[in-house]
Design a protein around this ligand. Structure first.
Ligand code: THU
Length: 143
């Protein structure tokens, strides 16, 4: 699939559907995400909270971990849906960065209105495996 041609509205709607499946009894802030892989497959994620609060997981990382566990490594876009168009948290930005900077990010509110940005815009001057490579701390052939 071509990296910029996809149905943005459909990806946002998928994130909104995932939001309905959030387990967020503590914050009452439901989040849904939908991650589109270059293969054309889409992976959904919801935030899953826990009575031990720090064990809670964000929707974006839930979607990413599901996708990577299914064998996907290359991504076109992520849609994230919240009540008020909240932006992906710093932890999710860094975890997504592991798989590329050019991922398009669609940030939607509960009406389905969204704005388009990218991971590079959300996380400029990021740290990645390149930094480890440069320092000789990481050699892909050895992992
Ligand atoms: N949350 C996400 O799922 N994604 C984000 O990027 C920001 C925050 C969740 C975590 C927690 O369950 C709730 O929203 C309130 O922080």
């Amino acid at each position: 699939m071509k990296a910029t041609e996809f149905d943005r509205g459909e990806l946002v709607r998928e994130a909104m559907r995932a939001r309905e499946r959030a387990h967020a009894p503590y914050s009452r802030y439901a989040v849904g995400a939908a991650l589109l892989a270059i293969s054309g497959r889409t992976f959904a994620g919801s935030n899953v909270e826990n009575a031990v609060y720090p064990l809670s997981m964000c929707a974006e990382r839930a979607a990413l971990f599901t996708a990577v566990s299914a064998g996907e490594r290359d991504f076109v876009a992520l849609a994230v849906a919240t009540d008020n168009g909240g932006s992906p948290c710093g932890s999710c930005r860094q975890v997504l960065r592991e798989f590329g900077e050019s991922i398009i990010v669609l940030i939607a509110d509960s009406s389905g209105t969204y704005r388009e940005t990218s991971l590079a815009e959300l996380l400029p001057d990021s740290f990645s495996a390149e930094d480890l490579l440069e320092a000789g701390s990481y050699c892909p052939e050895r992992v």
